[in-house]
Design a protein around this ligand. Structure first.
Ligand code: KE4
Length: 422
């Protein structure tokens, strides 16, 4: 741990908080971050030589594990042909075709460089297409750090307990309406009050930024009906769920077609990629064929496209059901261990995602997620890390399995949890 400590002290002199993204500083779990030297499969190796089995997987992108040989080879070969042209290349078309082939609601797609860019652009497009200003989002949902969404976000902001954030003008978030997740009546009330001014409802179709929280029966369908009835667009933020809940994402799994979808994480295969797409008549409003402006120097760059394409090709043939079944068995085993320990937990899970909430269930929204014992989570996190298991350094995040995790990895996790003193 010595070298990590030295690096963290050095980092804090030149990078705000010593990290390039707040949650990595581990502030909410009260320990210093470990610095990573390398990764392979489902394992991280720290600069101190420790090896950890990882259930963060870079916050979701690494569904096929770190340094997958075919993804690595595709990106390396692309890099040797030139890393960025600032001009169109065939890989961008191939990537767009692969995404559109997979995601049921997408006729067209635009590549960007992060989930934040994707949601920011999708919101601007929804406002341009409808000529309306307001957006409905949900408490505990996080859509990246674009101003309009930092009214009461659920990821880093909630973890750091910053309600909204300085630097966002009040008039910006005046257009952002908030409702509790899974509360359809609250959304109906917002439409009753603001109907003609709501451009869009944006939702995580499975919430991943208050921990894993599933949509209640009828919630997503209700949003689909409400938005359609009031001429507003439904935006599914699938930055986490895209290509994870199924090869077609949450919308394929739940059978609901949004008007726009945002993607990120997995589609980049570990490279910076985001995307937004949807119905042709909406997407054709985006410059240069339309009048809603959005741009990006490195958008669709050939290396990220090659990594993304290799990722999608592998995932199209992957056994999602087997991974879901294995993850469900893992959560059953976790639940049994906590019961034996006499520790109250609610474990939400779907596909290759799970979250242990330290409270009696159910956890169905941000209020119930916040009622979990974050102190106990911090203890759980710190002790597991000492035992060679890496979890998210925040009670408001998800844990991820992958196609790279082995039976030995799952056994190591469970035996470590048995040893944890809570
Ligand atoms: P990025 O700009 O971080 O690529 O994506 C923003 C984003 C958008 N939508 C959803 C549903 C997201 O979960 C995210 C980002 N997720 C967080 C963790 N849950 C990224 C980790 C971090 O902020 O460092």
């Amino acid at each position: 741990m010595i070298h990590s400590k030295q690096l963290f002290e050095r980092a804090k002199k030149v990078i705000p908080g010593g990290v390039n993204s707040p949650v990595r500083a581990c502030l909410s779990v009260g320990v210093d971050p470990l610095f990573i030297a390398s990764a392979k499969g489902a394992h991280l190796r720290t600069v101190d030589g420790a090896e950890l089995v990882d259930f963060v997987m870079s916050w979701g992108p690494m569904l096929l594990g770190y340094v997958h040989p075919e993804i690595h080879e595709a990106a390396t070969q692309a890099a040797l042909r030139g890393t960025s042209f600032g001009a169109p290349c065939e890989a961008e078309i191939q990537m767009a075709e692969a995404v559109i082939d997979a995601v049921p609601s997408m006729d067209m797609v635009r590549m960007v460089n992060s989930g934040t860019e994707a949601t920011m652009s999708a919101l601007r497009l929804a406002r341009g297409f409808t000529g309306r200003s307001k957006v409905v989002k949900f408490e505990g949902n996080y859509h990246g750090h674009a101003d309009s969404f930092l009214a009461s976000a659920g990821s880093g902001v909630a973890t750091l307990s910053i309600p909204g954030t300085p630097g966002v003008p009040a008039e910006t978030v005046a257009h952002t309406l908030l409702a509790p997740y899974n509360d359809l009546e609250a959304v109906k009330a917002l439409f009753a009050q603001h109907a003609q001014d709501i451009a869009a409802v944006i939702v995580e179709p499975m919430a991943g930024n208050m921990g894993c929280v599933l949509p209640a029966e009828g919630f997503l369908e209700g949003l689909r009906q409400l938005t359609r009835a009031h001429g507003a667009l439904l935006i599914f933020d699938e930055v986490i769920t895209g290509f994870r809940l199924s090869y077609g994402g949450a919308q394929k799994r739940f059978g609901i077609n949004p008007d726009l979808t945002t993607l990120g994480k997995i589609i980049g295969g570990g490279y910076p990629v985001g995307a937004y797409g949807g119905r042709r008549e909406i997407m054709e409003r985006i410059a240069p064929c339309g009048d809603v402006y959005q741009a990006g120097t490195l958008s669709g760059n050939p290396v990220a496209m090659a990594a993304g394409l290799a990722t999608l090709k592998l995932l199209k043939a992957a056994d999602y059901q087997a991974l879901e079944d294995r993850t469900a068995r893992l959560t059953d085993d976790l639940s049994s261990i906590f019961q034996e320990k006499g520790v109250a937990t609610a474990i939400n899970h779907i596909a290759s995602i799970f979250t242990v909430f330290f409270k009696e269930g159910p956890v169905t929204d941000f209020e119930s997620a916040k009622a979990a014992d974050a102190g106990l989570y911090a203890t759980y996190y710190a002790q597991l890390r000492e035992l060679g298991v890496n979890l998210a350094p925040s009670a408001f995040e998800c844990a991820f399995t992958s196609f790279a995790h082995t039976e030995q990895d799952y056994d190591q996790f469970l035996s470590a949890v048995r040893k944890v003193k809570l």
